[in-house]
Design a protein. Sequence first.
Length: 277
Amino acid sequence: MGIGILILLLAAGAGYYKYSRTRTARLRAWSKEQQALFEPRRERLITALNADKLEFFRFHTPRFFRVCTLSNNAAFMRLADAFGTPGGPAFMPDGITVLAAEFRTRSFPTLKIAPRPGLFAHSQYPAVKTNIAEIDRAYALYTPDREAGKLLTPFLIRLLKTRTDLYLETFGNAVVYHESRLLTPQECSALHSRVLHLTSEWQPLSAPQVSAPKTAQAPAQDAVLIKAQSMLNALAPHAGSPAPARSKLSGAGGIILLLLVLAVPVVAWLLLKNLPH
């Protein structure tokens, strides 16, 4: 009897150890450490309205597993393992870890950055270049918005220059980010921190802009950023064309009208003078 109980306890312990080593168990534990809600599976990561606008969700119809939901006063974030839908456009064979966020009071220009060549390197939006060789060689950038250059902050530029696996998409108050593979729980923490750092640099985009005093020369560390922003602004569609100039004929028309008015009494006087008495 005692031996049987011992065997059962050993079997249970072995089963628990095996489960604790699974990805689901490790991400569930990570979610608990982050004080996040863990769900084994979820249909979508963000609201249907934003999901219908973001190309990551529209083009690839992913399925989401091991979903961790984090929320604070600024944003609502979900991190999950994403896989392609059978019969639809497939992701990489082993899936990817993706983070999707919706901000409560902020909005961003529309921008998509995807590794090239690759599954995500196409878009309905116009293609643009940053004029930074390392970035343009490794990534495809798309935007219909001339303000999108403001998203190319120093931190994002450093990431794009040193890595070739980042995907970033913004629309309205939503952001999607991934690194083209499944991440370990420790790597999930780093990804979450990167997104928080990145979006914190975008904070001025949602606040009133205060004009700063002009300086004689821009700081050297901002030169690359200014170059990238100016290129995006130049290539993005422009808002409209200048109003037509006023016609030069308007002044001439006034003079002709004045002459006609002055000529009327003269003609009347001549007619009266020549009438028979």
